[in-house]
Design a protein around this ligand. Structure first.
Ligand code: 5AD
Ligand code: SF4
Length: 410
Protein backbone atom coordinates (compact mmCIF):
# COMPACT_ATOMS: atom_id res chain seq x y z
CA UNK A 1 0.00 0.00 0.00
CA UNK A 2 1.27 3.46 -0.88
CA UNK A 3 0.76 6.82 0.82
CA UNK A 4 1.12 10.46 -0.18
CA UNK A 5 1.17 13.49 2.11
CA UNK A 6 0.33 16.94 0.78
CA UNK A 7 1.79 19.57 3.12
CA UNK A 8 0.46 23.08 3.53
CA UNK A 9 1.53 25.76 5.97
CA UNK A 10 4.57 26.43 8.09
CA UNK A 11 7.68 24.52 9.09
CA UNK A 12 5.77 22.86 11.95
CA UNK A 13 3.74 21.07 9.31
CA UNK A 14 6.77 20.32 7.16
CA UNK A 15 8.27 18.56 10.17
CA UNK A 16 5.01 16.82 11.10
CA UNK A 17 4.77 15.44 7.57
CA UNK A 18 8.27 14.06 7.80
CA UNK A 19 7.47 12.44 11.16
CA UNK A 20 4.13 11.11 9.90
CA UNK A 21 5.86 9.66 6.83
CA UNK A 22 8.47 8.00 9.04
CA UNK A 23 5.71 6.42 11.12
CA UNK A 24 3.80 5.23 8.04
CA UNK A 25 6.95 3.74 6.50
CA UNK A 26 7.67 2.06 9.84
CA UNK A 27 4.19 0.53 9.72
CA UNK A 28 4.81 -1.06 6.34
CA UNK A 29 3.42 1.49 3.87
CA UNK A 30 5.55 2.84 1.03
CA UNK A 31 5.72 6.40 -0.27
CA UNK A 32 3.97 6.92 -3.62
CA UNK A 33 5.81 8.85 -6.28
CA UNK A 34 2.54 10.03 -7.78
CA UNK A 35 -0.34 11.23 -5.65
CA UNK A 36 -2.97 9.38 -7.67
CA UNK A 37 -1.15 6.04 -7.34
CA UNK A 38 -1.48 6.28 -3.57
CA UNK A 39 -3.96 4.26 -1.53
CA UNK A 40 -3.71 6.72 1.35
CA UNK A 41 -3.70 10.48 0.76
CA UNK A 42 -3.23 12.78 3.74
CA UNK A 43 -3.56 16.55 3.73
CA UNK A 44 -1.44 18.12 6.42
CA UNK A 45 -3.31 21.38 6.83
CA UNK A 46 -2.93 24.94 8.08
CA UNK A 47 -5.61 27.14 9.61
CA UNK A 48 -3.69 30.35 10.19
CA UNK A 49 -5.60 32.21 7.48
CA UNK A 50 -8.88 31.48 5.78
CA UNK A 51 -7.22 31.20 2.38
CA UNK A 52 -5.21 28.18 3.60
CA UNK A 53 -8.41 26.39 4.64
CA UNK A 54 -10.24 27.20 1.41
CA UNK A 55 -7.34 25.71 -0.52
CA UNK A 56 -7.68 22.43 1.38
CA UNK A 57 -11.43 22.15 0.86
CA UNK A 58 -11.09 22.64 -2.88
CA UNK A 59 -8.13 20.25 -3.11
CA UNK A 60 -10.15 17.62 -1.20
CA UNK A 61 -13.07 18.13 -3.56
CA UNK A 62 -10.81 17.41 -6.53
CA UNK A 63 -10.04 13.94 -5.11
CA UNK A 64 -13.57 12.63 -5.65
CA UNK A 65 -12.63 10.76 -8.84
CA UNK A 66 -9.57 9.19 -7.17
CA UNK A 67 -11.76 8.12 -4.25
CA UNK A 68 -14.43 6.67 -6.56
CA UNK A 69 -11.77 4.65 -8.38
CA UNK A 70 -10.29 3.32 -5.13
CA UNK A 71 -13.16 2.93 -2.68
CA UNK A 72 -10.95 1.06 -0.19
CA UNK A 73 -8.56 4.02 -0.05
CA UNK A 74 -8.07 6.35 2.91
CA UNK A 75 -8.39 10.11 2.59
CA UNK A 76 -7.27 11.92 5.73
CA UNK A 77 -7.04 15.47 6.99
CA UNK A 78 -4.34 15.98 9.60
CA UNK A 79 -2.78 19.12 11.13
CA UNK A 80 -4.28 22.36 12.42
CA UNK A 81 -7.48 22.34 10.38
CA UNK A 82 -8.29 18.87 11.65
CA UNK A 83 -8.17 20.19 15.22
CA UNK A 84 -10.09 23.36 14.36
CA UNK A 85 -12.81 22.00 12.10
CA UNK A 86 -13.14 18.45 13.46
CA UNK A 87 -16.45 16.86 12.32
CA UNK A 88 -17.25 19.79 10.01
CA UNK A 89 -14.72 18.31 7.62
CA UNK A 90 -16.82 15.13 7.24
CA UNK A 91 -19.88 17.28 6.66
CA UNK A 92 -18.26 19.40 3.98
CA UNK A 93 -16.38 16.55 2.29
CA UNK A 94 -18.28 13.32 3.02
CA UNK A 95 -15.67 11.04 1.43
CA UNK A 96 -12.96 12.03 3.92
CA UNK A 97 -12.27 9.01 6.16
CA UNK A 98 -9.95 10.38 8.81
CA UNK A 99 -9.57 13.62 10.77
CA UNK A 100 -6.56 13.69 13.08
CA UNK A 101 -5.18 16.70 14.94
CA UNK A 102 -1.54 17.67 15.56
CA UNK A 103 -1.65 16.38 19.14
CA UNK A 104 -2.73 12.89 18.00
CA UNK A 105 -0.09 12.10 15.36
CA UNK A 106 1.14 9.17 17.47
CA UNK A 107 -2.08 7.34 16.54
CA UNK A 108 -1.90 8.06 12.80
CA UNK A 109 -0.34 4.82 11.55
CA UNK A 110 -2.71 2.63 13.59
CA UNK A 111 -5.75 4.64 12.45
CA UNK A 112 -4.76 4.40 8.78
CA UNK A 113 -4.20 0.62 9.00
CA UNK A 114 -7.45 0.09 10.83
CA UNK A 115 -9.34 1.97 8.13
CA UNK A 116 -7.59 0.03 5.35
CA UNK A 117 -8.21 -3.32 7.07
CA UNK A 118 -11.84 -2.57 7.81
CA UNK A 119 -12.48 -1.62 4.22
CA UNK A 120 -10.78 -4.74 2.87
CA UNK A 121 -12.81 -6.95 5.22
CA UNK A 122 -15.96 -5.01 4.39
CA UNK A 123 -16.41 -3.97 8.00
CA UNK A 124 -15.63 -0.26 7.73
CA UNK A 125 -18.52 1.30 9.58
CA UNK A 126 -17.50 4.73 10.56
CA UNK A 127 -15.06 7.48 9.93
CA UNK A 128 -12.24 8.05 12.39
CA UNK A 129 -11.57 11.18 14.33
CA UNK A 130 -8.72 11.82 16.79
CA UNK A 131 -8.38 15.32 18.16
CA UNK A 132 -7.18 16.96 21.35
CA UNK A 133 -9.33 18.58 24.02
CA UNK A 134 -10.82 22.06 23.62
CA UNK A 135 -8.44 24.59 25.16
CA UNK A 136 -11.27 26.91 26.11
CA UNK A 137 -12.98 24.50 28.48
CA UNK A 138 -10.41 22.01 29.74
CA UNK A 139 -7.86 22.06 32.54
CA UNK A 140 -4.15 22.44 31.84
CA UNK A 141 -3.11 18.90 32.83
CA UNK A 142 -5.87 17.27 30.83
CA UNK A 143 -4.95 19.43 27.84
CA UNK A 144 -1.28 18.49 28.05
CA UNK A 145 -2.25 14.82 28.08
CA UNK A 146 -4.39 15.29 25.02
CA UNK A 147 -1.64 17.08 23.04
CA UNK A 148 0.91 14.30 22.87
CA UNK A 149 4.40 14.99 21.54
CA UNK A 150 5.38 12.73 18.68
CA UNK A 151 9.03 12.15 17.82
CA UNK A 152 9.59 8.87 16.01
CA UNK A 153 12.94 7.99 14.47
CA UNK A 154 13.25 9.77 11.07
CA UNK A 155 13.38 6.93 8.58
CA UNK A 156 12.63 9.37 5.76
CA UNK A 157 16.29 10.39 5.71
CA UNK A 158 17.37 6.81 5.05
CA UNK A 159 14.63 6.19 2.53
CA UNK A 160 15.95 9.11 0.49
CA UNK A 161 14.00 11.99 -0.97
CA UNK A 162 10.29 11.41 -1.04
CA UNK A 163 8.54 13.57 -3.59
CA UNK A 164 5.92 14.97 -1.26
CA UNK A 165 8.07 15.35 1.84
CA UNK A 166 10.51 18.23 2.13
CA UNK A 167 13.22 16.33 3.97
CA UNK A 168 16.57 16.96 2.31
CA UNK A 169 19.33 14.66 3.48
CA UNK A 170 21.68 17.34 4.78
CA UNK A 171 19.20 19.58 6.65
CA UNK A 172 16.65 18.88 9.34
CA UNK A 173 14.05 20.57 11.46
CA UNK A 174 14.05 19.61 15.13
CA UNK A 175 11.15 20.58 17.35
CA UNK A 176 12.21 21.98 20.70
CA UNK A 177 8.75 22.99 21.86
CA UNK A 178 5.13 22.42 20.97
CA UNK A 179 2.12 24.74 21.34
CA UNK A 180 1.85 28.39 22.32
CA UNK A 181 0.78 30.38 25.39
CA UNK A 182 0.87 33.87 23.92
CA UNK A 183 -2.75 34.20 22.77
CA UNK A 184 -2.17 36.99 20.27
CA UNK A 185 -5.73 38.11 19.68
CA UNK A 186 -5.80 37.24 15.95
CA UNK A 187 -4.15 33.83 16.18
CA UNK A 188 -5.67 30.38 16.10
CA UNK A 189 -2.44 28.52 16.96
CA UNK A 190 -2.87 28.34 20.77
CA UNK A 191 -6.25 26.65 20.16
CA UNK A 192 -5.08 24.14 17.57
CA UNK A 193 -1.61 23.29 18.88
CA UNK A 194 -2.44 23.57 22.56
CA UNK A 195 -0.40 24.69 25.58
CA UNK A 196 3.31 25.35 25.36
CA UNK A 197 5.40 22.24 26.11
CA UNK A 198 9.20 22.30 26.01
CA UNK A 199 10.92 19.01 25.23
CA UNK A 200 13.62 17.72 27.59
CA UNK A 201 17.06 18.94 26.43
CA UNK A 202 18.52 15.42 26.56
CA UNK A 203 15.90 14.20 24.10
CA UNK A 204 16.53 17.13 21.72
CA UNK A 205 20.30 16.64 21.76
CA UNK A 206 19.91 12.88 21.23
CA UNK A 207 17.70 13.61 18.22
CA UNK A 208 20.29 16.00 16.78
CA UNK A 209 23.03 13.39 17.32
CA UNK A 210 20.98 10.75 15.58
CA UNK A 211 20.30 13.05 12.62
CA UNK A 212 23.97 14.00 12.34
CA UNK A 213 24.82 10.27 12.28
CA UNK A 214 22.40 9.98 9.35
CA UNK A 215 24.35 12.64 7.45
CA UNK A 216 22.55 15.82 8.48
CA UNK A 217 24.82 18.85 8.86
CA UNK A 218 22.29 21.70 9.21
CA UNK A 219 19.69 21.82 11.95
CA UNK A 220 16.89 24.32 12.52
CA UNK A 221 15.32 24.27 15.97
CA UNK A 222 11.63 25.06 15.63
CA UNK A 223 8.85 26.11 17.94
CA UNK A 224 6.09 28.71 18.03
CA UNK A 225 8.13 31.00 20.33
CA UNK A 226 11.57 29.41 20.63
CA UNK A 227 13.03 31.98 22.99
CA UNK A 228 10.49 31.00 25.63
CA UNK A 229 11.92 27.45 25.59
CA UNK A 230 12.46 26.44 29.21
CA UNK A 231 12.95 23.04 30.76
CA UNK A 232 13.32 22.55 34.47
CA UNK A 233 14.57 19.32 35.95
CA UNK A 234 15.54 19.07 39.60
CA UNK A 235 17.55 22.19 40.30
CA UNK A 236 18.54 22.67 36.65
CA UNK A 237 16.96 25.00 34.11
CA UNK A 238 17.73 24.74 30.40
CA UNK A 239 16.97 27.58 27.99
CA UNK A 240 17.47 28.06 24.25
CA UNK A 241 21.04 29.31 24.72
CA UNK A 242 21.91 26.09 26.59
CA UNK A 243 20.56 24.00 23.74
CA UNK A 244 22.65 25.97 21.24
CA UNK A 245 25.84 25.45 23.28
CA UNK A 246 25.18 21.73 23.67
CA UNK A 247 24.22 21.11 20.06
CA UNK A 248 27.24 23.09 18.85
CA UNK A 249 29.50 20.53 20.52
CA UNK A 250 28.23 17.76 18.27
CA UNK A 251 30.94 16.86 15.77
CA UNK A 252 29.65 17.05 12.20
CA UNK A 253 26.99 19.67 12.86
CA UNK A 254 27.96 22.62 10.68
CA UNK A 255 24.99 24.95 10.93
CA UNK A 256 22.34 25.68 13.50
CA UNK A 257 19.51 28.20 13.56
CA UNK A 258 16.10 28.62 15.19
CA UNK A 259 12.58 29.92 14.41
CA UNK A 260 10.29 31.57 15.45
CA UNK A 261 11.26 34.17 18.02
CA UNK A 262 8.96 36.31 20.15
CA UNK A 263 9.98 39.95 20.75
CA UNK A 264 9.96 39.56 24.52
CA UNK A 265 12.37 37.40 26.48
CA UNK A 266 15.34 37.61 24.13
CA UNK A 267 17.95 37.42 26.88
CA UNK A 268 21.64 38.33 26.83
CA UNK A 269 22.61 34.67 27.18
CA UNK A 270 20.91 33.96 23.84
CA UNK A 271 22.62 36.91 22.14
CA UNK A 272 25.98 35.75 23.49
CA UNK A 273 25.42 32.20 22.28
CA UNK A 274 24.51 33.42 18.79
CA UNK A 275 27.50 35.76 18.77
CA UNK A 276 30.05 33.25 20.03
CA UNK A 277 29.08 29.93 18.49
CA UNK A 278 30.51 29.66 14.97
CA UNK A 279 27.89 27.12 13.82
CA UNK A 280 24.93 29.31 14.82
CA UNK A 281 23.56 31.58 12.08
CA UNK A 282 23.70 35.23 13.12
CA UNK A 283 20.05 35.57 12.29
CA UNK A 284 16.75 36.05 14.12
CA UNK A 285 13.22 35.73 12.78
CA UNK A 286 11.23 37.79 15.27
CA UNK A 287 7.80 38.87 14.02
CA UNK A 288 6.87 42.45 14.95
CA UNK A 289 3.34 42.19 13.45
CA UNK A 290 2.78 45.97 13.65
CA UNK A 291 4.64 49.19 14.40
CA UNK A 292 1.67 50.87 16.05
CA UNK A 293 1.29 50.70 19.83
CA UNK A 294 -2.50 50.83 19.67
CA UNK A 295 -2.62 47.99 17.13
CA UNK A 296 -0.11 45.97 19.17
CA UNK A 297 -2.38 46.44 22.18
CA UNK A 298 -5.41 45.21 20.25
CA UNK A 299 -3.29 42.30 19.03
CA UNK A 300 -2.40 41.47 22.67
CA UNK A 301 1.32 41.44 21.86
CA UNK A 302 2.59 42.82 25.21
CA UNK A 303 5.29 45.16 23.82
CA UNK A 304 5.48 48.60 22.24
CA UNK A 305 7.02 49.60 18.94
CA UNK A 306 9.77 51.41 20.88
CA UNK A 307 10.57 48.20 22.76
CA UNK A 308 10.76 46.32 19.46
CA UNK A 309 13.14 48.96 18.05
CA UNK A 310 15.31 48.66 21.17
CA UNK A 311 15.43 44.91 20.70
CA UNK A 312 16.68 45.27 17.12
CA UNK A 313 19.28 47.85 18.28
CA UNK A 314 20.39 45.44 20.98
CA UNK A 315 20.76 42.55 18.53
CA UNK A 316 22.62 44.57 15.89
CA UNK A 317 25.04 46.00 18.43
CA UNK A 318 25.62 42.72 20.30
CA UNK A 319 26.18 40.63 17.17
CA UNK A 320 28.18 42.20 14.38
CA UNK A 321 26.88 41.18 10.96
CA UNK A 322 23.59 39.88 12.33
CA UNK A 323 20.35 40.01 10.37
CA UNK A 324 16.66 40.03 11.19
CA UNK A 325 13.45 39.04 9.48
CA UNK A 326 9.90 39.78 10.55
CA UNK A 327 6.21 39.07 9.91
CA UNK A 328 3.55 41.77 9.67
CA UNK A 329 -0.21 41.70 9.60
CA UNK A 330 -1.79 44.57 7.68
CA UNK A 331 -5.43 45.61 7.83
CA UNK A 332 -5.91 44.35 11.38
CA UNK A 333 -9.25 45.37 12.94
CA UNK A 334 -9.61 49.15 13.05
CA UNK A 335 -6.13 49.82 11.59
CA UNK A 336 -6.09 53.49 10.52
CA UNK A 337 -3.80 55.10 7.95
CA UNK A 338 -1.75 56.58 10.81
CA UNK A 339 -1.41 53.18 12.50
CA UNK A 340 -0.29 51.63 9.23
CA UNK A 341 2.21 54.49 8.73
CA UNK A 342 3.72 53.55 12.10
CA UNK A 343 4.36 50.07 10.71
CA UNK A 344 5.97 51.59 7.61
CA UNK A 345 8.24 53.62 9.92
CA UNK A 346 9.20 50.51 11.85
CA UNK A 347 10.13 48.63 8.69
CA UNK A 348 12.24 51.61 7.57
CA UNK A 349 13.98 51.70 10.93
CA UNK A 350 14.72 48.01 11.48
CA UNK A 351 16.61 47.15 8.26
CA UNK A 352 15.07 43.67 8.07
CA UNK A 353 16.61 41.29 5.63
CA UNK A 354 13.09 40.28 4.70
CA UNK A 355 9.52 40.82 5.88
CA UNK A 356 6.60 38.47 5.37
CA UNK A 357 3.40 40.46 5.06
CA UNK A 358 -0.08 39.02 5.58
CA UNK A 359 -3.55 40.52 5.25
CA UNK A 360 -5.55 40.07 8.43
CA UNK A 361 -7.87 37.07 8.22
CA UNK A 362 -10.59 36.59 10.86
CA UNK A 363 -10.27 33.28 12.69
CA UNK A 364 -13.38 32.15 14.43
CA UNK A 365 -12.73 31.35 18.10
CA UNK A 366 -10.01 33.98 18.56
CA UNK A 367 -10.31 37.11 20.74
CA UNK A 368 -10.09 39.55 17.84
CA UNK A 369 -12.95 37.76 16.08
CA UNK A 370 -14.98 38.16 19.24
CA UNK A 371 -14.02 41.72 20.18
CA UNK A 372 -13.40 43.70 17.00
CA UNK A 373 -14.92 44.15 13.58
CA UNK A 374 -12.90 43.12 10.55
CA UNK A 375 -13.51 46.59 9.16
CA UNK A 376 -10.55 47.35 6.91
CA UNK A 377 -11.77 46.85 3.32
CA UNK A 378 -10.05 44.12 1.31
CA UNK A 379 -8.80 46.69 -1.24
CA UNK A 380 -7.11 48.66 1.56
CA UNK A 381 -5.57 45.49 2.98
CA UNK A 382 -4.20 44.64 -0.45
CA UNK A 383 -2.86 48.15 -0.97
CA UNK A 384 -1.14 48.19 2.42
CA UNK A 385 0.27 44.72 1.83
CA UNK A 386 1.89 45.80 -1.47
CA UNK A 387 3.02 49.09 -0.03
CA UNK A 388 4.74 47.45 2.94
CA UNK A 389 6.49 44.96 0.64
CA UNK A 390 7.76 47.90 -1.44
CA UNK A 391 9.04 49.64 1.70
CA UNK A 392 10.72 46.41 2.76
CA UNK A 393 12.38 46.12 -0.65
CA UNK A 394 13.78 49.64 -0.46
CA UNK A 395 14.71 49.72 3.22
CA UNK A 396 15.62 46.05 3.60
CA UNK A 397 18.92 44.26 3.35
CA UNK A 398 17.88 41.13 1.45
CA UNK A 399 20.79 39.96 -0.65
CA UNK A 400 18.87 36.97 -1.97
CA UNK A 401 21.16 34.61 -0.11
CA UNK A 402 18.79 33.24 2.46
CA UNK A 403 16.89 30.23 1.17
CA UNK A 404 15.31 29.49 4.51
CA UNK A 405 13.62 32.91 4.40
CA UNK A 406 12.14 32.12 1.05
CA UNK A 407 10.94 28.71 2.12
CA UNK A 408 9.44 29.76 5.41
CA UNK A 409 5.86 30.04 4.26
CA UNK A 410 4.14 28.45 1.32
N1 5AD B 1 -4.43 36.73 9.83
C1 5AD B 1 -3.34 37.05 9.11
N2 5AD B 1 -2.10 36.66 9.43
C2 5AD B 1 -1.95 35.92 10.55
N3 5AD B 1 -0.86 35.41 11.14
C3 5AD B 1 -1.24 34.73 12.24
N4 5AD B 1 -2.58 34.79 12.37
C4 5AD B 1 -3.05 35.54 11.35
C5 5AD B 1 -4.33 35.98 10.95
N5 5AD B 1 -5.43 35.68 11.66
C6 5AD B 1 0.50 35.64 10.63
C7 5AD B 1 1.41 36.29 11.67
C8 5AD B 1 2.32 35.15 12.06
C9 5AD B 1 2.41 34.37 10.76
C10 5AD B 1 2.86 32.97 10.90
O1 5AD B 1 1.08 34.40 10.27
O2 5AD B 1 2.15 37.31 11.05
O3 5AD B 1 3.59 35.59 12.51
FE1 SF4 C 1 0.19 32.84 17.22
FE2 SF4 C 1 1.17 34.80 18.76
FE3 SF4 C 1 1.64 32.22 19.39
FE4 SF4 C 1 2.84 33.31 17.24
S1 SF4 C 1 3.13 33.94 19.39
S2 SF4 C 1 1.81 31.29 17.34
S3 SF4 C 1 1.25 34.73 16.49
S4 SF4 C 1 -0.36 33.25 19.37
Amino acid sequence: MQFYIETLGCQMNVLDSELAASALIGSGLTPASDKFDADVILFNTCSIRRHAEDKVFSALGRLKTWKDKKPYSVLGVIGCMAQKEQKNIFQRVPFVDLVLGPGSLDTLAAAVHQLLDEKVSGSRQAKKIAVSLDRKVNRHNDLIESYRLFNPERTVKETGTIKDIKAPKHASLVRIMFGCNQFCSYCIVPYVRGPEQSRPPGEIIAEVQSLVRQGVSKITFIGQTVNSYIYQDGGKTAKLADLLYEASNIAGLEQLDFVTGYPKGVDDALLQAVRDLPAVLKHFHIPAQSGSDSVLRRMNRHYTAAEYRELTDRIYSAIPGSSLTSDFIVGFCGETDAEFEATVDLVKYCRFRNSFVFKYSVREGTKSAELYADDVPETVKKYRNNWLLEVQKTAGTDDGACQSCRNRYN
